[in-house]
Design a protein around this ligand. Structure first.
Ligand code: TRP
Length: 360
């Protein structure tokens, strides 16, 4: 009874003064987090504040698996050289941003063949109708009518396999992945029903800590993204010159004409960006200037660019250092693969047993 009370009041696994054995006794085993990262494009500030910062905090409180979803990216048929270099780039950038390969398990999806096996097995009970109804599939039919392959159709089964292979319960993803998660729960529950087990727990979307911040782009509208056009996103690996150039070109206007005016979207965006990279008093100076109509956007952008440069500098340096260290990158990938396979093999062995695939 008493233990139950503690469980409710204290956040799981955050009691740093407690030894591990005692934590397991009181809180139960550590919950498992899984998140897949698509291996397309470089990371930008939007990715950093929208996801990575969260991942970095989670590492201390959960059993975390972060993987680079290279199988998933094959649906668009990348060139072999491009595929390898973008997987490597994502790995390097996640390490540089602060994912710790000793605390989390960071791995490449295709290093864990058990994922492909579970995907095959789950596909036997994934129905054409439910896969065809999936919004992301319908979007693809529209956007790439010449390449509607079975991989696209079964994208949700592969994603379910990614999550279920570690029997994870927490999946830090954006709103756009909600339907895929629901399908992962459906496939897991269906498996449990068919094989009369309670083997797979239900995975749910998860946001650790505070509300996620939406980072706007530099083009005056919408969020930061790599597909929104040249100059809209600030990448973690951008040089100071590139950052200055992009920020100075950011959309603004001719300035406020009356005191305390509501900010138009492009201006609000500049302030929102400043909020995450600049000191509070710097932001206040420009707020005050905006409110008494003395603001000069050129000055604000100069300040914003310098603060972005300072913010990203340590990551840029780490990206370069890690990228040059072939041995380290290889070691991290191998360690991650070994840890991920250990967990994946446990699951797949039990799944085979439940299905009746037995060794002679
Ligand atoms: N579909 C996810 C996305 O587009 C990537 C992904 C693949 C994923 N497998 C996953 C995310 C498993 C979480 C868990 O962003």
């Amino acid at each position: 009874m008493e233990i139950k009370m503690i469980k409710k009041v204290l956040p799981l696994w955050t009691q740093d003064y407690m030894p591990l054995s005692e934590k397991i006794l009181i809180f139960g085993p550590m919950e498992t987090v899984v998140s897949g990262i698509r291996s397309t494009g470089n990371l930008h500030l939007g990715n950093y504040f929208g996801a990575i910062k969260n991942f970095i905090q989670m590492q201390h409180h959960y059993n975390c698996y972060f993987f680079i979803a290279d199988y998933h990216s094959l649906t668009t048929h990348p060139h072999p050289t491009d595929l390898h270099s973008s997987v490597r780039r994502v790995l390097v950038e996640y390490l540089a941003a602060g994912i710790d390969p000793e605390k989390s398990t960071i791995y490449i999806q295709s290093d864990v063949p058990e994922v492909a096996e579970l995907y095959l097995l789950l596909n036997m009970n994934a129905y054409m109708g439910e896969l065809e109804r999936c919004t992301s599939f319908k979007d693809k039919i529209r956007s790439q009518p010449d390449n509607i392959n079975a991989g696209l159709l079964t994208y949700p089964t592969l994603m379910a396999a990614d999550i279920l292979i570690h029997r994870a319960t927490k999946v830090p993803v954006g709103k756009d992945q909600e339907q895929h998660l629901e399908m992962a729960r459906t496939f897991g529950n269906r498996f449990n029903r068919i094989y009369e087990s309670e083997f797979f727990p239900e995975p749910y979307a998860f946001n650790f800590g505070s509300e996620l911040v939406k980072i706007p782009g530099l083009d005056g509208k919408g969020k930061m993204g790599k597909s929104e056009g040249e100059g809209n996103a600030i990448f973690l690996g951008d040089s100071p010159e590139e950052i200055r150039k992009k920020v100075m070109r950011a959309v603004s206007d001719s300035g406020p004409t009356e005191p305390n005016a509501v900010k138009p979207e492009p201006i609000q965006n500049l302030f929102d960006l400043m909020k995450v990279v600049s000191a509070a008093d710097t932001l206040q100076v420009f707020e005050d200037k905006y409110n008494d109509c003395t603001i000069r956007y050129g000055d604000m952008k100069k300040q914003l660019a310098e603060d972005m440069i300072n913010f990203t500098a340590p990551m840029r340096e780490k990206i370069n250092a890690i990228s040059a260290d072939e041995d380290y990158v290889r070691q991290v990938a191998r360690l991650g693969a070994a840890k991920a396979r250990e967990s994946a093999q446990k699951t797949i062995n039990e799944v085979r047993e439940l299905i009746g695939i037995r060794k002679f």
